[in-house]
Design a protein around this ligand. Sequence first.
Ligand SMILES: [Zn+2]
Length: 483
Amino acid sequence: MSDEDIVQETEERQPGISRRQLLGGTAAGLAAASAAAAVVRPAAAQPAARSDRVLLKGGTVLTMDRTLGDFAAADVLIDGARIAAIGPNLQAGGAEIIDAGHMIVMPGFVDTHRHMWEGQIRQILPDGGIREYVRTVLDGYGTAYRPQDAYIGDLLSALSAIDAGVTTLLDWSHIQTTPEHTDAVVKALQDSGARAVFAYGMPAGKPWWEDTSRHKYPGDISRLRRQYFNSDDQLLTLALAASGANPEIAAKEWAAARDVGARITIHANATIGKIASAVKLGPDTTYVHCAHWDDTAWKMVADSGGTVSFSPVSETIMGSQISPIQQALDVGIRPSLSADAETNAPNDLFSQMRAALISHNAMIIDRRDRGEKDLPKRLTARDVLEFATIEGAKANGLAAKIGSLVPGKQADIICLRKDRINVMPVKDPVGAVVLGMDTGNVDTVFIAGKARKRHGVLVGIDLKRIASEAVASQNYLASKVPT
Ligand SMILES: [Zn+2]
């Protein structure tokens, strides 16, 4: 895409932004980002030779911030954990310079619901539906997991997410068989370097609520708050993954989460109405799948300020539903995206963005072919790129920190190769990311300013050791679970 094309395209999308603001008037653009005002400093005023400053030079920058817009070519200055400045020709004496001229620079992808403990049993159910998933994975493998299995599953999932440019994940962790399982999973997230929301969930197997001899769910969340999550100024934050097994249990889960100020996430199907009779719905809750909701449920959640997470690949591959993207949009909720279960779905959000576009369009085509009028508008590539970044940040309660490139926000940044054969020559960068790219395009990944992937390779990871632990765990689990 030429400079002119990007300006033209962005002006059409954001009529309030002038051409000068977009490409020449960096200061004006930055001043508009009020969240950044306190930390934006002229790059030249920085002390020289600081090792934690990195200048990403000359990339095509998709900020995913509607005020800042896109830059055909600009620099992004990282200072410590944060983004210090964005604009053309920044001066940054002493910073390490990374040539991003052949890359698209954008915020890391944000996943809002992934069962990360399933890492070492990924892709085991290519043809399985939801019933087989519950029987084989949740009530089968899940009950055989030891703490070390939960650890390696989570670590694998986190590292492969980083490899795919996913810098933040919500770990929907329903593997809390004992407090030792919990500790192992938190350690895996810490070791991975990912930014993660640890959503503390129920034990594996049912009926877990009748046997409380091993697990301490949901009350143990108060220990977690004290032991691991007593600061919000860290990569890991806390949530509760609610079972909503029945209204009485839901009331206990909601109370346990809110007592410690944790967000709530729940797989929410048509029974959401019953849950809502037992708890007060609020903006602190993310609803996953939202399968078969009626208009009342949609309105109730929209009115409460709740957020939603769809997994278009697993939802269709497992035969559950066509992701209700349009239903969400109709009540003013812009959804986020998630990988869900790697047993049945890929780990990257390129796939989820494409699946979202495909399933939404398939729905429109089906309605058109049935002779319906007043069809909804098609989603755009930029819509789904927002779902995979800034909307994910909102659903994870982290929009003030991540999800877009804005000075002052955390430096969770990915650099995507646009000179690879699968997308070159790039003319429309949003089109290239959404329609053409895959994990192979992810050259560089920063999380809180730390390089976690460089030159297409994960940094500081002993893949041999991890692979050997993963194989040992998979073999152990396979020996315990009849197939
Ligand atoms: Zn799920």
